[in-house]
Design a protein around this ligand. Sequence first.
Ligand code: NAD
Ligand code: GLY
Length: 356
Amino acid sequence: MLELTVNLDERSYPIYIGKSALHNTDRLRHHLGDCRPIFITNDTIAPLYLNDAMALLADLNPLHFVIPDGEQFKSLAWFEKISAFLLENNCGRDTCLIALGGGVVGDLTGFVAACYQRGIPFIQVPTTLLSQVDSSVGGKTAVNHPLGKNMIGAFYQPQAVFIDTQSLHTLPEREFAAGMAEVIKYGLIYDTELFSFLEDNIPQLQALDEETLQHVISRCCEIKALIVAQDEKEAGLRALLNLGHTFAHAIEAQMGYGKWLHGEAVAAGMVLAAKLAHTRGDLTVTEVARVTSLITAYNLPSEIPADMTSEHFLHHMRKDKKNKKGTIRFILPTEFGQCALVDNVSDQQVRDLIGR
Ligand code: NAD
Ligand code: GLY
């Protein structure tokens, strides 16, 4: 099993990565301390993993709460239902929530943990590739509001992250591919070696080869941990993790949330970011082609939706959280394996890029 640390002074915590990582009960119990464990999961993951996980801690009388599966349940309504469950069970500050699931379960559980009795500990057990390489690390927790995704939340770090690579064996292929978009993103923003490794190990990753998975997941977590340690609350550097996301959020909003998975939209968004970087003289044609081929190789879309125009993109991107004083800001490659926040892209450049 591999172990990394997110260095945040007194809020530092480990990330454990490996086959059956959660079954390392000594470590799990160490992070629980004297707290009573409460598993939060959803109704897809519960039949697969909940009983086994609860059995590991049977002597601690764990409780569980199961939410329905879906982004729409990452809401204030379900935040309230979980809080009520904790109150009904007389849960005090000596309670530790364990988020067993993907980013939806992790974000919601983390936000309840941040707020319940002004903060109780929580542990992340991410079960999707996206949550293993991104959402479980770094302490962003949130629920959605009808007027916007992730609009109500807190920065609140977990006690530990247990990444069990075995859980990827039950993940639908489309969800695995969506997670690969975020993996490719780390290569483009920070690590050309990782990018080349992804090019050279396509069959191994798609076959979920254990050693290859552990290498890739740990490198992504390492990069994320380095960035979060320097900029926990996204004053600057952390925004680089949003490569491709400005275009992606426009695609998701225009198509209706859920039609395109977030990772699929990020994939198409990264191709646009690479093409835009090329027009600015920062990437070569060959480098843009490498980005497009890698995205296609992992069964991700490299083209934007057929009926989306530049005006659709501009309309949604004008509302992006990164904007300042009405200017749309993009994360763009400045060279292969490096990115920067850029605020001098004109509307006309966006129109030329989209081409319709
Ligand atoms: P998700 O949590 O909806 O999981 C995707 C699907 O896979 C769900 O149907 C889920 O039930 C199923 N699933 C999960 N694990 C499984 C397994 N092992 N086997 C079979 N099925 C499994 O989606 P996600 O992509 O993990 O996360 C998306 C969420 O993460 C969004 O709400 C997004 O806003 C959030 N997010 C947060 C951060 C952050 O930094 N906090 C970063 C990126 C994304
Ligand atoms: N997923 C982007 C971040 O954690 O900052």
